[in-house]
Design a protein around this ligand. Structure first.
Ligand code: GAL
Length: 413
């Protein structure tokens, strides 16, 4: 039994009314871009409004790689933060390594099981006990377009990769950068997984990037995926290397590029800048069908002291609160994890996301994002990303890429 801290006692005190303790939380997260910062501020404000003291520990770096390195350093020095933005199988990996606080009492008192889709709830559990609280559902497989550029060039949002290539070639010919991309490994991986889904379809995605089936990894379909990645490499500007994702979003916003392939946290950037979907920018699923989900969540390390434990219980309760889930997600670009939050105030992209998620849950095309740590544990995910990014940044052939992919995955298991 690794769930050392049971938060039931402190929750019971909190539920009973005013308390003397001062809930404390040191919160490690990577939400530092415009839209992200606006979103996490909602939680800070609600925490403070309930008497909590929030110590912010932001670690910049999209996708959270730097944050996860910082987390490891803190845990190794015996000083884990009270709350950590943690998601997917990394939650269970940390649970196995150090244990995590049991937030079951908060979950039960607030009926989480009744309002979360089963697939999401499953990610929040460690050996059957609640050990993380979900804030949202991001969809990864989105393509964003600058409306004015597309209209000027008579281009529709592409529904196949061939259409994308044709549109990109036309734009390039006209002197427009077709794709705003940030050359960081996780962004390469983000584009790659949408191509896997689009070219291979949902079943292939499952076989290749969830089940890690060697036949799928070395298949002709996977070769076509790498061919398409090579084609995409020809549509980015010369300064793409190392660029942050939100700067790539800004390029689309400012008319310096036509498209970006990125999860809907990019919409948080457009909205923070006062841009309107349908007027200033357009959203569409990346060519192909399916829904790659990326659920942000918080987990709580075992810490000493009533104040900190009350802080954890308070955070867990707030995160799953209806009001927080609405306001946070209106800013973040995602949709609520809770199924009972009305979407009337959400924009058309969010409504489309919710519809696609529900359809995906019915027809089996609701799939975990590998690039955002939902599908795989750290070692195989990292092995795949290394190959994807090495291929993107070299002239490696697709034949070599699939072989390296299969070898890297085999070594990581
Ligand atoms: C994702 C995360 C999002 C967003 C993005 C860019 O992995 O789930 O919430 O922050 O990284 O930082």
């Amino acid at each position: 039994m690794k769930l050392k801290t049971v938060l039931a006692a402190s929750t019971a005190v909190m539920m009973a009314g005013p308390v003397l303790a001062n809930p404390q939380a040191e919160v490690l997260h990577w939400w530092t871009s415009g839209g992200e910062a606006r979103s996490v501020a909602v939680l800070q404000e609600q925490f403070a409004a309930e008497g909590g003291t929030w110590t912010d520990m932001p670690v910049a770096g999209g996708g959270g790689d730097a944050a996860m390195t910082a987390l490891r350093a803190r845990v190794l020095s015996g000083n884990a933060p009270t709350a950590v933005q943690l998601k997917g199988p990394a939650i269970q990996e940390w649970y196995e390594e150090t244990g995590l606080a049991d937030i079951g009492a908060v979950a039960e008192e607030n009926g989480w099981a009744d309002v979360l889709p089963a697939q999401i709830a499953e990610h929040m559990k460690c050996e059957g006990e609640w050990c993380a609280a979900p804030v949202n559902v991001h969809r990864v497989n989105w393509i964003w377009g600058n409306k004015q550029i597309l209209d000027e060039h008579g281009i529709e949002m592409p529904t196949t990769w061939d259409e994308f290539n044709a549109a990109a070639a036309k734009l390039q010919e006209a002197g427009v950068t077709p794709l705003a991309h940030g050359g960081q490994a996780w962004q390469d991986a983000t584009v790659f997984e949408t191509v896997v889904l689009g070219i291979g379809g949902p079943e292939f995605f499952q076989q290749a990037l969830v089940d890690l089936d060697p036949e799928a990894l070395t298949s002709d379909t996977m070769k076509q995926v790498f061919d398409q990645m090579r084609t995409i490499r020809g549509y980015v500007d010369p300064n793409f290397s190392g660029r942050d994702w939100n700067l790539a979003t800004a390029m689309v916003m400012n008319g310096e590029a036509a498209f970006q392939i990125m999860g809907d946290w990019a919409k948080g950037e457009f909205l923070a800048a006062g841009k309107e979907p349908g007027t200033d920018f357009v959203c569409a699923q990346t060519p192909g069908n399916g829904f790659l989900y990326n659920v942000d969540s918080f987990a709580f390390f075992n810490v000493e002291g009533d104040d900190k434990q009350q802080g954890q219980a308070l955070l867990a309760r707030l995160i799953m609160g209806e009001d927080f889930q609405k306001t946070f997600n209106l800013n973040k670009g995602s949709i609520p994890a809770r199924t009972d939050v009305a979407l009337d105030e959400f924009d058309s992209c969010a409504v489309a996301s919710a519809e696609a998620m529900n359809a995906g849950a019915q027809d089996g095309s609701l799939l975990p994002s590998y690039a955002h740590g939902m599908a795989l544990r750290g070692a195989p995910a990292g092995a795949i990303t290394d190959v994807v990014t090495a291929h993107f940044n070299s002239d490696m052939s697709s034949d070599d890429a699939v072989q390296q992919l299969a070898d890297a995955v085999a070594n990581a298991m």
